[in-house]
Design a protein around this ligand. Structure first.
Ligand SMILES: [Zn+2]
Length: 386
């Protein structure tokens, strides 16, 4: 917790916490966390994408690597725990296991990714995608730093990636649980919807003769609320936008998420049919424009099963939940099995200075991660986790 406080004071901006990709504050953050990793006896380096890596090598020949960590960059005016908690929990767990004299049949590497939030280049997972080797030509064309491709790691090198992260939602607090196990990271559809009706005088046009675009949009907002998956209308533009004029045109954003792609896609199709029915009934025109679709990422059944057992051994009921927000684990899923542990955060607040976690909850996460590593070590001889 003291380390979170010290990291939280390292910022590119006075008076608020902001660390963007390869900024002066990120360089100082990497130097500080790197010094803690060295203190713990790890081999420390920075890769070509400025990801910080601390390695605990195994003496076993031909050993593969288990990757643990999260990101050290932040959003603008951030909290202290989104990202760093995953790196520092891993470091505490590894420190404990090393001090207790344990030897593992796999290498452990702790990574602090250089960019997850995308503050500098408006492109998320820069650090983890560089490591996974999935940066696109478009990414590389926009980014000033060269040589990012050299951060790519060997295919098959990792047995898995386990990320600890604050929940960024209220579910664990609601269940009064310190930690929870992530089953999937939700996929998302973003759609731009436009209703076109007729603007007219708010006093002289009878109700029965109106084609009010906002009334149609309002019906779609309520349909989204009832559609059975997580769906949000977060933006709405009303034109012409005067108190005495019937709305002639409305453009709105629709964001639909679920950990199961088929359920999400079915909900999106239903909402599109709803929008067309609403428009037909009200004599409006509707345009339905998909803007972006990202697929859900399933967490690895085996690693997730290990987390469940370790959470239970820690005396906590193992609650499974889907993550509505994206994480570095999404990028890592391109090259290895991934799993995630969530830590309760106060009132579900994140991306805000009020972000807060309990000391005892973080201690629980350290216990769980250490237990997973020890259990993987015991199974190592009989499995492919080596
Ligand atoms: Zn994060």
């Amino acid at each position: 917790m003291a380390r979170c406080d010290r990291l939280g004071a390292i910022s590119d901006e006075r008076g608020r916490l902001t660390r963007s990709f390869h900024s002066p504050a990120m360089q100082r953050a990497n130097a500080l966390v790197g010094s803690w990793m060295r203190e713990a006896g790890l081999d420390v380096r920075e890769d070509a994408a400025f990801n910080l890596l601390g390695r605990w090598p195994s003496s076993r020949r031909g050993a593969r690597t288990l990757l643990l960590g999260s990101h050290l960059d932040t959003v603008r005016d951030a909290g202290k725990y989104d990202g760093p908690i995953g790196v520092l929990v891993a470091l505490a767990a590894v420190t404990y296991l090393r001090e207790s004299g344990l030897e593992l049949p796999f290498h452990v590497e702790i990574v602090g990714f250089s960019d997850e939030e995308g503050l500098r280049y408006q492109t998320t997972y820069l650090g983890s995608r560089a490591l996974a080797g999935t940066l696109t030509a478009a990414d590389l064309a926009r980014i000033e730093e060269r040589g990012l491709r050299r951060a790519r790691r060997r295919a098959g090198e990792f047995v898995g990636y386990i990320e600890t992260h604050i929940e960024q939602g209220p579910v664990l607090q609601n269940h009064e649980l310190p930690v929870g196990i992530v089953t999937a990271i939700a996929g998302a559809d973003r759609i731009r919807v436009e209703f076109q009706g007729n603007a007219g005088h708010a006093g002289t046009t009878p109700m029965a003769l109106r084609h009010d675009a906002l009334c149609g949009a309002a019906e779609l907002v309520l349909a989204a609320e009832r559609c059975g998956v997580v769906a949000t209308v977060g933006q709405m533009g009303v034109e012409p936008g005067a108190s005495n004029v019937i709305p002639g045109r409305v453009v709105l954003s629709l964001d639909v998420r679920h950990g199961d792609d088929r359920r999400r896609e079915r909900a999106v199709h239903r909402l599109e049919a709803d929008a067309r029915t609403i428009a037909a009934t009200r004599g409006l025109r509707v345009r339905w424009e998909p803007v972006q679709r990202t697929k859900a990422v399933r967490c690895d059944r085996r690693l997730t099963g290990l987390l469940v057992r370790s959470v239970r051994r820690a005396g906590v009921e193992p609650l499974k939940l889907a993550s509505g927000a994206g994480h570095d684990a999404v990028a890592l899923s391109a090259i290895c099995p991934v799993a995630m542990l969530f830590v309760r955060c106060k009132d579900g607040i994140s991306h805000h200075p009020a972000e807060s976690v309990k000391r005892a909850d973080v201690a629980c996460a350290v216990t769980v991660i250490a237990d997973v590593l020890a259990e993987l070590g015991r199974r190592g001889a009989k499995s492919n986790y080596q």
